[in-house]
Design a protein around this ligand. Structure first.
Ligand code: NAP
Length: 339
């Protein structure tokens, strides 16, 4: 987002030895440590950060072919989207719907990155980390990662405990993409029936369609599009109990307010579109507060037009309050806020 003040200490680590040395440096000086990947989902305070920002910069990607799949191991510092592009080019499926997502590979298991019904947990084989509590390397299987909807133990229960070093995925060969979301399926089918093309072409078309959809919503970082100066979705789509959703629909009908909010069945209840809630609470696209605003192209993104973290947090707080007052639903912030 281009927000926040300076860090008192910053180091770029290109190996495990450098990470260990940087952590020791911070320990000796009693400095807080903030691990940073691409920074696309992290917001720093205006006053800056008194501590060590450790930027993970290990590189390297390897593909190993199996009978019906390819196992890819990518270092945490590899940019995510080029890895997706390379996998698609090799006609491998499993991450094509995660095209156009900014940031680095190491960040993807942290919030179980997902889009269009695909999430990293589905293809993940293991996550290789440094456990800061023991100073040992560990390799975690998916079941040990505590994955949930845009969540994992790395984000919640064990926040800051692990430094992710590399990520291993198993991607399928000769497999057509599964298009779970209607918007994406329609966009792909517009180019012709997928049943008539080979799997490699189908995978490429899925990636192209995802990129086009995301660009239209300013969700692909582009220095020439000021609306992309955001952290992507600022709020998670809330999952609410079915009876709360039914009440919400009934109240709207009583008041003659239609249509009901877009919603989908999810584990634990009904997932409601956070973007819809934001707009219906009066924060329409383009709504501005000082130097920050609700994106003109997607009500779920908050954009920095030269503002401050304080302004951003005020706007986010007002939106949360407004949605809660109107619908009784508390929106949860998605990006990481460094305090
Ligand atoms: P959208 O397609 O306009 O859909 C609105 C919301 O309804 C989405 O957030 C999505 O939930 C949900 N939804 C739509 N179709 C669904 C289905 N068939 N089954 C279950 N849930 C469905 O959403 P969008 O904001 O333009 O984003 C498109 C996709 O990219 C979404 O999956 C979104 O999560 C992802 N994305 C993520 C970020 C990020 O920063 N993390 C940023 C941009 C987009 P889900 O969000 O759970 O999919």
């Amino acid at each position: 987002m281009g927000l926040g003040g300076l860090a008192s200490h910053f180091v770029e680590c290109a190996s495990l030895d450098e990470i260990r040395a940087a952590l020791a440096f911070a320990r000796e000086r009693d400095l807080r440590v903030q691990i940073l990947g691409g920074g696309s989902n992290t917001i720093f305070p205006d006053a800056g950060f008194h501590g060590l920002v450790l930027h993970v910069a290990m590189r390297g990607v390897g593909f190993e072919d199996e009978a019906t799949a390819s196992v890819v191991t990518a270092a945490a510092g590899e940019p995510w989207d080029p890895l997706v592009a390379e996998s698609v080019q090799r006609e491998l499926s499993g991450i094509e719907c995660l095209s156009g997502i900014p940031g680095l590979v190491g960040a993807t298991p942290i919030q179980n990155v997902g889009a269009y019904g695909q999430e990293i947990a589905e293809t993940l084989v293991s996550v290789h980390c440094l456990d800061r509590s023991t100073d040992r390397e560990v390799t975690l299987a998916p079941i040990e990662c505590g994955f949930g909807y845009r969540a994992s133990r790395f984000k919640h229960a064990d926040r800051d405990r692990f430094v992710i070093l590399d990520v291993t995925l198993r991607l399928a060969r000769e497999m057509r993409p599964t298009l779970r979301y209607a918007e994406l399926a329609h966009a792909v089918e517009r180019g012709g029936d997928l049943a008539n093309v080979d799997p490699g072409t189908a995978i490429r078309r899925a990636r192209d369609a995802v990129l086009a959809l995301r660009r239209r919503k300013s969700m692909v970082i582009d220095p020439n599009d000021p609306e992309t100066r955001s952290a992507g979705s600022f709020f998670l789509n809330p999952v609410i109990p079915a009876e709360v959703y039914d009440r919400l629909v009934a109240t709207r009908l009583e008041r003659g307010e239609t249509p009901p909010p877009p919603a989908y069945l999810a584990a634990g209840g009904v997932k409601v579109s956070a973007a819809w809630l934001v707009e219906q609470a009066g924060f329409t696209k383009g709504h501005r507060h000082g130097g920050v605003a609700v994106s003109k192209h997607h009500a779920l993104a908050l954009v920095n037009h030269g503002g401050t973290t304080a302004e951003l947090l005020t706007l986010a707080h007002r939106i949360q309050e407004g949605v809660e007052r109107r619908f009784g639903i508390r929106l949860e912030r998605e990006p990481v806020l460094v305090e």
